[in-house]
Structure formats: C-alpha cells, structure tokens
Design a protein around this ligand. Structure first.
Ligand code: MSP
Length: 661
C-alpha cells in the first residue's frame, strides 16, 4: 500500500478563518478522502502558526496573552472541522512541545552543516509578512502582498546560507515529476532562483513570542523557519525511537509528501523550505502545489481588504456540503476565482438542486411507484448509460489524480446529463401508465439509478454526508470504504426497499433570497433581512430569531465609527478597462485637491463613455491595494442588485472632493 502524506499551510491565529483559509483544508480533505477510497495509506495534517510579532501584537491589542488568542482561534478551527466534516489525522500547533523539539533539531542540523552565520540585517520590513524586502523589490515602500507601508529595520540576526542552494534548487526544479505545480508556479520560482539568491535572515532580535534560537542568546527563530518545520515536527522529527516512527514512515520512506498552499506563500515553500531541508539532510517534499486566490469584487478576499466571506455564514445558509462543492467546482485549482452569493446560488440551484437532487428523486419516485416501493427487479448490462459511465469514471479518476477537481466534477455532471437525456428519450413516466411494471421499464429505471449510484460514490470525497445519504436513498446499504467494486457498473441492488426520497438540496428562491439579504456574505457588516429564503434545512439552519437579533445588535456601529470612513464625491476624468480583466475598470478621478486612480469592478455594466464626466462617491481613506497590477487608491460606491453594481452619485453636481455624510 503506498503512503500519501498531505498538509495544508498552518494558519495564523491573529484572525478568524475566512473562505480563503478553509479552501485549502477543503481541497486537502477531498484529496485525503479520495486517496483513502483509492486504497492508499493517507496521513493528513493541518494546524496553526502561533508565533511571531503579528500574534504578539494582536494579543496585546486585546490585552490578553498570545496563547489565549491562539487557543481561541484554534477552538474556531476545531469547530469548523466538525461543521465542514474535515477528516484530518492531526492538528499541529507551533506552541506545542513536540514542535519545538523538531525545530530545535532542524536548527542543530543546519548549524552542523555550517549554514548559519551572524550579520547585521537591514531592509524594509513588512510585519504582516514578517519579511524584509530589498530597495529594488519595493521602490514605493509599500508591501507588495498587503499594500501596507513598510518600516525600515536594522538589527543583528542569524543568517542562513541560502545562496549556497541556488544550483541544488534549480536541479530539484528540473527533476521529474515536477516538484512544484502548476507549471506557471514552477517557472515563477525557477526564474526567481535563477536571478540569484541572497542569504536569508532566520532570527529576530526584537520578537519575543517564538522559539529561542539554540546557542544564540537574545535571538528568536524566524517565524517561517519555525512554521515550515511543522510538516515534519508533527510526524515526530527530532524525537527518539518509536516517537519518530511516523516521521520515518511518512516522510523519510514515504511515497507522496505533498504540501498544498496558496500562491502567496510559494517562495517560502518552494525555495526556503527545500533549502532548509537540503541543509539538514532531510528528504524534500515530492510536490508543492500552489492554488490561486478567492477574490471578491476583483480583490483577494482578506481581512485587510474588508471583503471576507465567513464560512459559518455560508454553512448556515446553504449547508456544509454545498459549501464544499462550490469551493471545489467554482475554482480551477491553481487559478484565481471570484466569490459572490449569486454565483453560489446559481451553482446550488442548477448543479445540486436540479441536476443531482431532481434526477435522483425522480428516479427513486418512479421506481417506488412502479415496483411497490422497491428498486427495479431487473438489472441491465448493455446500454448507452453503461458506455457513458465507462467513459466518465476514468475521466473522473484522471482529473482527481491531476488535482483538476473542477474537471472531475464536470465529468460526473456529464454522466448526470446523459442520465437525464436517457430518461427523456425513453419516457419511463409514460411507460408506467401505458405498459405497467414491465422488464423494459425495470431496466430503464435500474440504469438511471445505477448511473446516479456511481455519481454518488464518486462524490463521497466532495460531499461526504450528502453522498452517503444519497447512496442510502438509492438502496446501498452503507457507503463503501474503498472504491474497488463500488465503481464497477452493477452495484444497485434489485427489488430492495427504497425509502421515500427526501430533498437533498431544497431549491433556493433567488428573488426572495436577494430581497431578504442586504448585499452578500462578505464581511460581518451585512445582515440578512426579515423575509426568509425558501430553503430551510433543519439540521443546519441558523438557530432562530433571538440569535439573529443579537447578531444584528452586535453589528451596530457608533456615529464616530461611521465617520472613520471618509466618503467624498469625485469626478471621473478618464476610464479604461484593466487589461486581462473582464470586470475591472481603471478610473482617474478628480477629488478637487488631488487626482487619484481607483479600480472598480464595474466594467461589465459601464463602458468608458458612460463614465467619463460622471460624479461618483468614493471611500477616500481606504488603504491602497493592487488589483491586477494596478494600484487602487480608493473604492467607488455602488448599490449591488443581484450582484450587479449600480453607481451612486449626488442628486445635482457638486464640487469634486465634497464630503458625503
Ligand atoms: N502561517 C502562514 C503559513 C505557514 S505554512 C508553514 C500563513 N498563514 S495564513 O493564515 O495567512 O494563510 C494561510 C493560507 O490561506 C495561505 O495558503 C494563503 O494563501 C491562504 N489564503 C488566505 N487568503 C486567501 C484567499 N483569499 N484565497 C485563497 N487562499 C488564500 O500564510
């Protein structure tokens, strides 16, 4: 049995999780479940990154100890594990003793290899990244990742001889199969390394909340050297005897050592981490896979952009399996994807309620009514659906093996479409009336049920609870633990009692939903209104009025808080679409005493001609952010109707720069 070790990044504990954070864990969970079903020995690790200045500062702001903050956020991650059915085998925290032992061993080995030295470290420092940037990298003194101002820092640090590993890294990138994926990310790190590597500062003198650097008093281990080591410390690296058995099994002798990460932490994983491991004489990961970003309104979903989408809100509204499905279906793994409530509801209604739910319930209802509450008595072995299934299942498996989760789901939905087509052309609903429960009708309905059973089996990694419920509804006794025969045509039992079908995904009335909802799921400031969407799911719906009211109350802000947002009228003087984006428009706006560039997600609704000369309202004191390479120095206000922006403007023209209150 081959071993499959997979990890997610470990998450910072200075903020509560949003969909960007749960995305990697959801992908990892789907993959872990898939590999287990495929018969592999899986070990799935996730955890939290609890050291460093950011956590220290965030805790100080709240007047609590860093570990209290960490405990609170870890409790939230544990709650989400239960809500989202995550099946990880271990959760590592960098404040644990077992982790410290691993990090200290890593440092000892790198020290023994002669790869540390002490020197003065100067540069532009981004505290959220905990990284120094060079003059060349940040001419504007603004962090390229966070868009926040950088601070100049100079201190004595321990350095790691990263420059020594330039050629070994390039050799590693050239190995086959490619150790960094997708190919675009491999090219990115390769050209970065080719352009020359500087040694890396791996200690901080000014940070106390971390692991003391062994043998270097006054220095704390750099948070990334600390954090990256979680991938082996959790397995027992740095421990003696049996306690290191898992490390030997899954890392030293393991077949697959896979890190799933977001693209913003690629350099740490594809340059620093392998170099640390080479220096320490530890085997490298077999694959580092970097996915793209969830965006909203053209910006990366993040706390600093103020556009977070909270998983709890989505789970409350749509159920956890719908959330898992949407995340995996909507994003091409490796590319960026956009989140909106509208896109979510469209997928929910069309893919889940209609294609999956209705097809299954139609077949079950027809079989029950034709065959006295049972599955049909006759199986069928030669028919177009069997051919379709024989095509689709290998496509599904190939896509899963290639991390193309959206393609795997597309393939399954093709089988559902063919099933529907098969029924439409054979019209079993008419045959019941005209011919009764004939062998012909039995075969048609059995074929349909069997195709849906195969789809449900393949969906077990994606929607574990729903797929298991669906299999039970189709007469399968219990969901399979291994694919084996479960993916072979013929598993639907004959003449087996079928319970009355329950809707898997009750349809959502979009108009009622948007009528009921002020905006969509981003941020905590938007609250659903009074009228309820059609959908209610007893097990996962919000607990009721009083909690809602409390939530509403919690979201009230004071007038002072409102005035922290500076709203001003601006006149658009130029507008052009942002290249390679179909949503973003670059606007030049006159604010009376200054001109600014603002990027807005309005290109699908407004052309440049409709914009130039027009007055709009902008948020004038928003931190600048780069959108598709263009720096936006503010945000244009728009009403959002079914997700479409409608620009706001003053009733009569006013001088540009006028305050809005
Ligand atoms: N603690 C480091 C990782 C250390 S791994 C040894 C860290 N933590 S994080 O909490 O900031 O981010 C964790 C992961 O969430 C990263 O992979 C990051 O890419 C991902 N995401 C955060 N926002 C995201 C989106 N909007 N979209 C998709 N994933 C993004 O970095």
């Amino acid at each position: 049995m081959s071993s499959f070790y997979l990890t997610t990044p470990i998450y910072y504990v200075n903020a509560l999780p949003h969909i960007g954070h749960i995305y990697t864990t959801t992908v990892a969970d789907v993959l872990a479940r898939y590999r287990r079903l495929a018969g592999e020995e899986v070990y799935f690790l996730t955890g939290t990154d609890e050291h460093g200045q950011n956590i220290e500062r965030a805790a100080r702001r709240e007047g609590i100890a860093p570990i209290e903050l960490a405990d609170r956020v870890v409790a939230k991650y544990r709650e989400l594990r239960d809500r989202l059915d995550f099946s990880y085998d271990d959760f590592v925290r960098t404040t644990e003793e077992r982790h410290r032992l691993g990090v200290e061993e890593m440092v000892r080995r790198i020290e023994a290899a002669g790869d540390f030295y002490t020197a003065v470290h100067e540069g532009w420092y981004c505290s959220p990244c905990e990284t120094f940037y060079t003059e060349k990298e940040v001419a504007d003194k603004v962090c390229p990742v966070h868009g926040t101002p950088l601070e100049w820092k100079s201190e004595e640090n321990v350095f790691f001889r990263l420059s020594r590993y330039q050629q070994p890294l390039l050799d590693w990138y050239a190995s086959s199969p490619a150790p960094v994926r997708p190919a675009s990310r491999l090219n990115e790190v390769r050209s970065f390394v080719e352009s020359g590597l500087k040694d890396l500062s791996v200690s901080r003198a000014s940070v106390e909340w971390g692991i003391p650097f062994p043998g270097r008093p006054g220095q704390t281990i750099y948070v990334w050297l600390d954090a990256l080591t979680n991938y082996i410390s959790a397995l027992g690296f740095g421990h003696e005897g049996d306690a290191a058995e898992r490390y030997r099994h899954f890392w030293e002798q393991g077949d697959v050592r896979l890190h799933l990460i977001g693209k913003d932490i690629l350099r740490f994983h594809a340059i620093f981490w392998p170099a640390f491991l080479m220096s320490a004489g530890v085997p490298l990961p077999t694959t580092v896979w970097a996915h793209g970003w969830w965006q909203r309104d053209g910006r990366k979903v993040s706390k600093s952009a103020g556009n977070v989408v909270r998983p709890d809100d989505l789970i409350d509204r749509f159920g956890s399996d719908a959330v898992r499905y949407f995340l995996l279906r909507e994003m091409v793994f490796g590319a960026d994807a956009s989140f909106s409530d509208e896109a979510f509801i469209d997928r929910y209604n069309s893919d889940l309620a209609n294609d999956l739910g209705n097809t299954a319930s139609r077949l079950i209802t027809l079989s029950r009514s034709a065959f006295e509450g049972c599955t049909p008595p006759e199986p069928c072995s030669a028919n177009p659906l069997l051919e379709a299934a024989r095509r689709v299942i290998p496509e599904y498996r190939a896509a899963m093996d290639d991390f193309a989760f959206h393609r795997a789901l597309e393939a399954l939905w093709r089988l559902l479409a063919e099933t529907n087509q098969y029924l439409v052309t054979r019209e079993p609903w008419k045959l019941i009336k005209t011919e009764g429960p004939t062998p012909k009708l039995s075969r048609i309905l059995w074929d349909g049920l069997e195709a849906v059973r195969l789809v449900a089996t393949c969906l077990l990694p994606f929607m574990p609870a729903t797929a298991a419920r669906l299999l039970a509804a189709l007469g399968t006794e219990r969901p399979p633990e291994r694919f084996d025969d479960a993916l072979v045509w013929g598993g639907t039992p004959n003449s087996c009692t079928l319970p009355e079908p329950q809707p898997l995904f009750p349809r959502i009335d979009k108009a009622a939903y948007f009528g009921a909802s002020v905006g969509d799921s981003a941020g905590s400031e938007k609250t659903p209104g009074e009228s309820k969407p059609e959908r209610t799911k007893p097990d996962q719906s919000p607990p009721g009025g009083s909690k809602k009211e409390q939530a509403k109350e919690a979201k009230m802000i004071s007038i002072d808080q409102f005035f922290e947002t500076q709203l001003r009228v601006a006149t658009i003087t130029a507008a052009e679409p942002v290249p390679k984006s179909n949503k973003l428009m670059k606007l030049t706006v006159d604010l009376g005493d200054e001109t600014r560039t603002v990027v807005a997600g309005i290109a699908q609704q407004y052309g440049p001609d409709q914009l130039v000369g027009r007055q709009v309202v902008i948020v004038a004191n928003l931190q600048p952010a780069k959108l598709m390479g263009v720096e936006s120095q503010g945000m244009v206000l728009a009403a959002s109707e079914d997700g479409k922006p409608i620009l706001l403007h003053p009733d009569t023209p006013v001088p540009p720069g006028t305050r809005v209150k």
